[in-house]
Ligand binder design. Structure first.
Ligand SMILES: Cc1cc2nc3c(=O)[nH]c(=O)nc-3n(C[C@H](O)[C@H](O)[C@H](O)COP(=O)(O)OP(=O)(O)OC[C@H]3O[C@@H](n4cnc5c(N)ncnc54)[C@H](O)[C@@H]3O)c2cc1C
Length: 486
């Protein structure tokens, strides 16, 4: 995608840019278009911005010095981790007035504490490396996303990432004990405490987690570790309808308790497209069903205790008419094959056609009503639209991404996408839900969120932004629409 520069904002003072380069040294910046391009374009190419410079500091001190220079010279800053975000949060605007600050060179493991079950990492460590570091001491860092090879801990924190294990372990907020943050004026807040109990004042780390780089730059974190499960039992269940999924979830919670670690929903058409899109994938069932669930339990139990418990849940579901058919993975390879059907949903979506994406959450109990209401409203308003749904139903989070008719022109698609967003988000709001469950608002949904948040909530958010970033230089235009600078 090409972008012409928006000339409404002034380009940074060349002397300030020279000081920034000096601060990080020759290995710490990029300023040639061929080098900066991958940082300026989002995953999938949806968002593209311009920057005067890409900085790649190697330490917290370098980040702090660079931020202080930017604050003094009034240069907007855009933090970036692995650039896998789906809301355009890590892309600058098109003015070229910003400096992009990538944390990708800050990859040190600062501390590993086996007895405290904590890992202290710099923000540029990839999620996959964080998981591997935990595994080295026979522990689990449970955050798990399809982008884990590329996304980085700082980005996971800034987006409060979720993924497939939230049901059991919580999202990034729940997995974090401490943070180190460079504030928008260049001061360093050292909140790297490895404490499970700390009521000495406000819990400041939670202000920065999920703030999408708009309040400061996260440079390091203390993360919680867990025992590594010795046993995992995985099943796929074919179910007649969505209410059956919610009733089966209740049953699974009652019987499996905290061992229930994943509960993922897919529509029949989503599974069909995954099988058509990815060679080697196949349905584990001999006939087609309306909906499917991927259910997983994990724990320390010896033998096949978990497998037996999961089987009992599915049998009870069969007796109650909640389950039409089910398979339990008998080997690691079979487990991987079942997961691949869920993980292939992005490819499935591309195969299905052009979709309009939503990352919504509603209370788990109203998921069936939400899907029924949104499906009916969409098909009435846009004949030929194909519902496409998958997601972390155990957390009330759905990727509700209807596929538009193939004959829509680009212009039609752009205009109607906005109408589809509005229709779906209005139904979400009716059910007390959120228009961003795990991907954040970024630039994608910053203005849309104004429709659904109360005046009081927006006022509190703007006040917080004003207090921490009075010059409005930290990732402007993300989460909240741009506010005037002093
Ligand atoms: C295939 C695929 C699957 C995905 N699956 C999931 C999923 O299941 N669950 C989920 O939650 N997300 C998912 N995502 C979205 C994405 O991977 C997550 O949002 C991830 O946490 C982003 O991390 P990142 O390092 O790539 O951040 P980036 O994309 O670089 O940045 C994201 C935001 O965080 C800010 N930021 C980055 N680093 C810092 C920092 N150090 N300090 C302050 N701000 C910072 C940026 O400014 C931006 O606003 C998926 C993405 C892809 C491509």
């Amino acid at each position: 995608m090409t972008a012409s520069r928006d000339t409404s904002r002034p380009l940074p003072d060349p002397a300030a840019l020279a000081r920034l380069k000096e601060t990080v040294g020759p290995a710490g910046f990029l300023d040639l278009p061929g080098d900066t391009d991958p940082f300026l374009t989002s995953f999938g190419g949806t968002f593209r911005g311009e920057a005067a410079l890409v900085l790649r500091p190697a330490s917290t001190g370098e980040v702090a010095r660079a931020v202080a220079i930017c604050a003094e010279a009034r240069i907007p800053m855009v933090p970036q981790g692995g650039n896998t975000g789906l809301a355009g949060g890590a892309q600058p605007d098109r003015s070229g007035s910003s400096v992009l600050i990538s944390l990708d060179r800050m990859r040190r493991v600062r501390a590993v504490d086996r007895h405290n079950d904590t890992l202290t990492l710099e923000a540029g460590v990839t999620l996959a490396d964080a998981q591997a570091e935990a595994e080295r001491i026979d522990r689990l860092f449970p955050l798990s996303l399809a982008s884990e090879g590329s996304c980085r801990i700082g980005g996971n924190l800034a987006t409060n990432a979720g993924g497939t294990q939230v049901l059991r372990y919580g999202n990034m907020r729940a997995l974090t004990l401490g943070l180190e943050v460079v504030l928008p004026d260049g001061r360093i807040w050292d909140g790297l405490r490895a404490l499970r109990k700390d009521n000495a004042g406000y819990d400041l780390k939670q202000v920065f987690i999920g703030s999408e780089g708009t309040l400061g730059i996260i440079t390091a974190a203390v993360l919680r570790l867990f025992p590594r499960p010795r046993a995992v039992a995985t099943a796929m269940a074919a179910i007649p309808d969505v209410p059956a999924a919610i009733r089966l979830l209740g049953l699974a919670r009652e019987r499996l308790g905290e061992h229930l670690s994943a509960f993922e929903l897919m529509r029949a058409s989503s599974l069909d497209h995954a099988i058509a899109a990815v060679p080697g994938l196949a349905s584990p069932f001999s006939s087609r069903h309306a909906w499917y669930l991927l259910v997983e339990a994990s724990g320390q139990e010896a033998g096949n205790t978990l497998g037996t418990a999961l089987e009992a849940v599915l049998e009870a579901g069969l007796e109650d008419g909640l389950v039409a058919d089910a398979v339990i993975a008998a080997s690691h390879e079979q487990r991987q094959r079942l997961w691949k059907l869920r993980e292939a949903q992005a490819e499935a979506q591309k195969h299905a056609g052009r979709g309009v994406k939503h990352d919504i959450s509603v209370p788990v109990s109203v998921i069936p009503d939400f899907i029924a209401r949104a499906d009916a409203a969409l098909t009435a308003a846009f004949p030929g639209i194909e519902p496409f749904t998958f997601g972390h139903v155990g957390d009330g989070n759905l990727h509700y991404n209807p596929i538009v008719p193939a004959d829509w022109s680009d212009g039609e698609w752009r205009q109607k996408s906005a109408e589809i967003n509005r229709l779906v988000h209005d139904v979400v709001a009716e059910f007390g839900g959120s228009i961003s469950a795990e991907h954040g608002l970024g630039q994608l949904r910053a203005s849309e969120a104004e429709r659904y948040k109360s005046a009081v909530e927006l006022d509190l958010m703007r006040t917080l932004k004003q207090v921490l970033d009075p010059l409005g230089l930290m990732n402007p235009g993300k989460v909240l629409r741009d506010i005037p600078r002093e």
